[in-house]
Design a protein around this ligand. Structure first.
Ligand code: PA5
Length: 412
């Protein structure tokens, strides 16, 4: 059975109906204003007919290699990383590179790869970003020392803009080039080869993931009260009332990377022109012991969105141990899933009563279908939410400022 998403609201701002017609108007009217960046709106168009090719390449890789190193940063790796961390790799082990300038981390990555049979997917839209560009050089050398030209051609896939230097390098070396789809910005690429190939290599079901996206796409197209518009309306209604920080919270530690994907999506899309809801995230229950105090009683500028799952797929009851007299007998025989859900329920109640409006987006279980639905829902919500704020949700001019000064220091 498909794990459909449900959204509910607690505390202030629960009435989202007022802004829904505006969400509809903004979503349907995007084409007039942003026509060159809307390739993501239709998941099938985003995938550009590459699903079979992706599956074929992932199969080939799995026959010759045990580890895939993905080189990419920001929108060029976060979606796939979120899904693979949430689900756990069932095929190739995936190592993430091209996302730091720390020599220590890169050294650790090389050590991790030592002794493994490696394939590599380099994802760099413009092939100008320092982290993936520099790591690709190091990892290229690392692989060339181990594999001849023919093997390199089987093991390396490059993804970038058609006509870029990366594209030329693919031609020069005989490497497979899977183009970065033109009309899509990095952080909206969840259903393109950027997201699909690493997910498929990890042995996960990209058909179910895609179907989750498509079903949410249909809901967004057909219904005004779809989860994406309701979420966008809720957070913008609250922003207008002075809530300018949103905490994405989950009681599942394996959602941390997905939370980072969400943070990048909303942070880069909305934080501009002196506006924007600041996106933060917490992994509970651990972070209740760090940030919980602030959320409960600190400045009342927060709203909180829980990503929740009813059945986390594991059964683990607490064993009885009366002899120990440790004070935890009230847990005897209780399953950890039940205890975790109780902690989530209690937290939402306490935070909402403490003046933090809460939303809960809930899936029955963690699977590719639910994650695909969630990703599409968030991208659609973000596109609408940015427009409600009055900013362009598809550019990120502000990211260039530090780059200009860094390139000057490095003598580019
Ligand atoms: O959303 C975006 O466009 C950015 O976050 C990019 O994905 C990120 O900066 C990486 O860009 P590139 O793939 O060109 O290296």
């Amino acid at each position: 059975m498909k794990s459909r998403l449900k959204i509910e609201f607690f505390g202030q701002g629960a009435d989202t109906a007022r802004l829904l017609p505006e969400c509809r108007r903004l979503f349907d009217g995007m084409g007039r204003k942003y026509e060159n960046v809307l390739g993501w709106v239709d998941c099938r168009q985003a995938a550009q007919g590459q699903v079979q090719r992706v599956l074929e390449k992932a199969r080939q890789w799995r026959d010759i290699a045990d580890t895939l190193v993905v080189v990419g940063v920001g929108g060029s790796n976060q979606a796939a990383r979120g899904v693979i961390d949430a689900m756990g790799a069932r095929g190739m082990n995936v190592v993430w590179a091209g996302n730091t300038l720390s020599a220590y981390e890169l050294r650790r990555t090389l050590e991790q790869l030592e002794g493994h049979s490696i394939a590599m997917h380099v994802i760099a839209k413009n092939f100008e970003t320092l982290e993936p560009g520099s790591h690709y050089r190091v990892l290229r050398r690392f692989m060339e020392e181990r594999y001849d030209e023919r093997e390199m051609a089987r093991r390396v896939v490059l993804t970038g803009t058609e006509g870029s230097r990366l594209h030329e390098m693919a031609k020069e070396r005989g490497h497979l080039f899977l183009p970065f789809p033109g009309p899509i910005g990095g952080r909206y690429t969840a259903f393109t080869v950027v997201g699909l190939l690493p997910i498929a290599a990890a042995g996960l079901d990209i058909d179910a993931y895609m179907q989750g996206g498509l079903d949410m796409q249909a809901q967004v197209a057909q219904r005004e009260d779809n989860p994406a518009f309701r979420y966008a309306a809720w957070r913008n209604g609250l922003y207008a009332e002075g809530k300018n920080i949103e905490m994405l919270a989950s009681f599942e530690p394996r959602f941390e990377r997905m939370a980072r994907w969400w943070r990048q999506l909303f942070g880069e899309s909305e934080g501009k022109d002196g506006k924007g809801i600041f996106p933060a995230y917490s992994i509970y229950s651990e972070d209740l012991h760090s940030i919980g105090q602030y959320v409960q009683e600190g400045e009342r500028r927060l709203m909180e969105t829980f990503i929740s799952v009813r059945d986390d797929g594991a059964v683990l009851p607490v064993p009885a141990d009366a002899a120990a007299r440790d004070g935890f007998d009230y847990l005897d025989g209780r399953d950890f899933t039940f205890i975790n859900c109780a902690a989530e329920e209690a937290t939402i109640r306490a935070h909402a009563e403490g003046g933090v409006p809460c939303a809960r987006i809930e899936a029955e279980r963690v699977d590719e279908y639910a994650l695909g639905s969630l990703y599409y829902m968030m991208m659609a919500a973000c596109a609408v939410s940015g427009q409600l704020l009055g900013v362009n949700p598809f550019d990120q001019e502000g990211v260039e400022a530090y780059k200009r000064s860094m390139f000057a220091i490095l003598g580019k």
